[in-house]
Design a protein around this ligand. Sequence first.
Ligand code: SAM
Ligand code: DTB
Ligand code: SF4
Length: 333
Amino acid sequence: MSTHHHDLRHDWTHTEVLALFALPFGDLIYRAHSLHRAYHDPNLLQISTLLNIKTGGCPEDCGYCGQSAHHQTELAKTRLMPLQEVLEVARQAKTNGATRFCMGAAWRSPQARDLEPVLDMVRGVKTLGLETCVTLGMLTLDQAQQLKAAGLDYYNHNLDTAPEFYGQVVTTRTYQDRLDTLAHVRAQGIKVCCGGIVGLGEDRSDRASLLVQLANLPEHPESVPINLLVRVEGTPLSDVPPLDPFELVRTIAVARLLMPASLVRLSAGREQMSDELHALGFFAGANSIFYGTRLLTTTNAAPDRDRALFERLGLRTLTSEWDTQPHACAIVP
Ligand code: SAM
Ligand code: DTB
Ligand code: SF4
């Protein structure tokens, strides 16, 4: 088993990355696919299932999000979901073939009374034989330690966009706040799931800048979700013009080139993507998806459609925890 450490760079410049984005489309996806094959089985997908364990009323003002208390959306605020309900959904997710279960809460950061019940959920989901992931907002070092002790495998916390564009999307927490949370998670030995959103109205330079930030973290995130904005009515970004779908594919390809060993996830927004766009995204290096009828508060691509697509494309899904370890499926020495 080889780890290819020579390819894992953390000193990417914006100029270099913009040059990758500017390659002719075929050249870019050819390069990305070639590197993809050196690190991963190109016909194998990791699938995660999401559950929103606490909806709405969030004090942050993220312009894309239907759960922010700053926006007038249709979502009702809920309390934290009871443990048994969470475990029931997790069991179902496992039956449906998910290897990782990701629980999200609409918090700026968890309060002490919030964290205890989430620790029980992590322990419970882990007992079912699923990998665990939570996304709860900002974390202190101590909270990260408690999650680690409960058996948490992954923490999802996205950088969302470029530092230059960030202020146009979120004003209630800083880019540095996000980097601090990522450092706390890393310091406790939890695997990092960190990516961003495209189609927020950012330009290509911003997309390059986001990927530079991700790749130049002290360690590459093991999991890199690339979300396409899901337009939610009532949010400030509900009528941003749609992104050229090839820009999404380019973003995936460049993420693959910068972070060759990571799992790159074709995340939110798949419901609106054609089968052909999915196929291009997988070819360009995406090897993970969210699977299941819902994302957090919006609908996801239907599971029937996904299964039919896997069949048509000859894709298999991961079935064991062992397979998802970074580097474990590198097929080229
Ligand atoms: N409140 C926590 C936080 O923001 O860290 C956890 C939940 S939050 C909904 C998780 C991530 O989902 C966000 O960072 C963002 O990248 C993504 N997201 C939220 N709404 C989205 C939307 N409408 N379209 C695409 N991605 C979205
Ligand atoms: C991530 O990067 N995308 C997921 C997960 N991490 C938590 C969330 C997508 C949310 C899409 C909008 C919604 O359903 O509310
Ligand atoms: Fe709150 Fe997370 Fe939504 Fe931002 S993305 S408003 S932090 S739930």
